[in-house]
Write a protein that binds this ligand. Structure first.
Ligand code: BJW
Length: 246
């Protein structure tokens, strides 16, 4: 990638509070498909309203269950990449560091990031569709999926946030606080189309943060960014860590 802007490195060296938003793009180099990339994105092959809404699950729970079971396998096989690992290093460097992710793949935690706010839940957990009660452990074997929650008897679903559903309130509030207090806000590998997550970098910019976008392509967030670094997260983030170390 091109040389990093000296002004960006200077701002990072002076920063005390750093907040980060990640999206599917950071996991692309781990082999986890994004949603909206043409050809390779999930929504190029599947219709979101048929799979990622509570209405879809109510209509055809088996289809939705099996689609998520397939994706869970993909996520379980994936390993954190150089982008995830660089964020672990950045967390060590700043006393106040908040990592908010829209990803449900769990790769930031697997990489070793300590404080991760999972805004859209986790594909590695399950809950009861009727009551929201979380499942402890693995789902019971079932010949006619979805399996049932052993305590509530309701159908199990992944603990992810579907369209039209509220985000986990504590994670959202903490992400907003971090955005409003950040000196530097990094938005990485997200198309910045899905709200309320997409509002976080805008909030940060309004509150005076230097917003840095890391994405090979332009997004609606680009106009709020002080620096747009056009490259892959797995290349740009390690370059930042290396430059700061010097
Ligand atoms: C790389 C790269 C590399 C590639 N390196 N980069 C305001 C305005 C308009 C609409 C709304 C609004 N507020 C709410 C809405 C409605 C809706 C919404 O936003 N709709 C828009 C799409 C129009 N939002 C909601 O419904 C949310 N809920 C809500 O607001 O509830 C209100 C409520 C309150 C109280 C009670 C009840 C309700 C919920 C949103 C949930 C989103 N869920 C999903 C699925 C999660 C489960 C699953 O995984 O299946 O979350 S949708 C999907 O999109 C997933 C993602 O987290 C999310 C964002 O996608 P992301 O991460 O940006 O991925 P892509 O693919 O879009 O982009 C990848 C990017 O990476 C690209 O830019 C590439 O260029 C880049 N890239 N390789 C760096 N190597």
């Amino acid at each position: 990638m091109d040389d990093l802007p000296a002004q960006l490195l200077d701002a990072l060296r002076k920063a005390r509070r750093v907040a980060v938003l990640t999206g599917a793009g950071i996991s692309a180099e781990s082999g986890v498909p994004t949603f909206r990339d043409a050809q390779t994105g999930l929504w190029a092959k599947y219709e979101p309203t048929q799979l990622a809404t509570p209405e879809a699950f109510a209509r055809d729970p088996r289809l939705v269950w099996e689609w998520y079971a397939w994706r869970r396998e993909l996520c379980s096989a994936a390993k954190p990449n150089a982008g995830h690992l660089a964020l672990v290093e950045l967390e060590k460097r700043f006393a106040d560091f908040t990592l908010t992710t829209q990803n449900v793949d769990g790769l930031h935690l697997l990489a070793g990031s300590r404080r991760v706010l999972e805004l859209h839940g986790s594909i590695r957990r399950y809950k009861c569709f009727d009551t929201g009660r979380l499942l402890e452990g693995e789902p019971p074997h079932c010949d006619n999926p979805p399996p049932r929650h052993p305590q509530t008897g309701g159908m199990l679903r992944p603990d992810v946030v579907w369209f039209g559903e509220a985000l986990p309130e504590a994670a959202l509030m903490e992400s907003l606080r971090a955005a409003r207090e950040a000196d530097i806000y990094l938005t990485i590998g997200t198309s910045a189309l899905v709200y309320p997550a997409a509002a976080l970098p805008i909030e940060a910019q309004r509150a005076g943060a230097t917003v840095v976008e890391i994405n090979p392509t332009e997004t609606p967030c680009s106009k709020f960014a002080t620096f747009s670094l056009r490259g892959k997260a797995g290349e740009v983030l390690p370059a930042i860590v290396q430059a700061l170390g010097e």
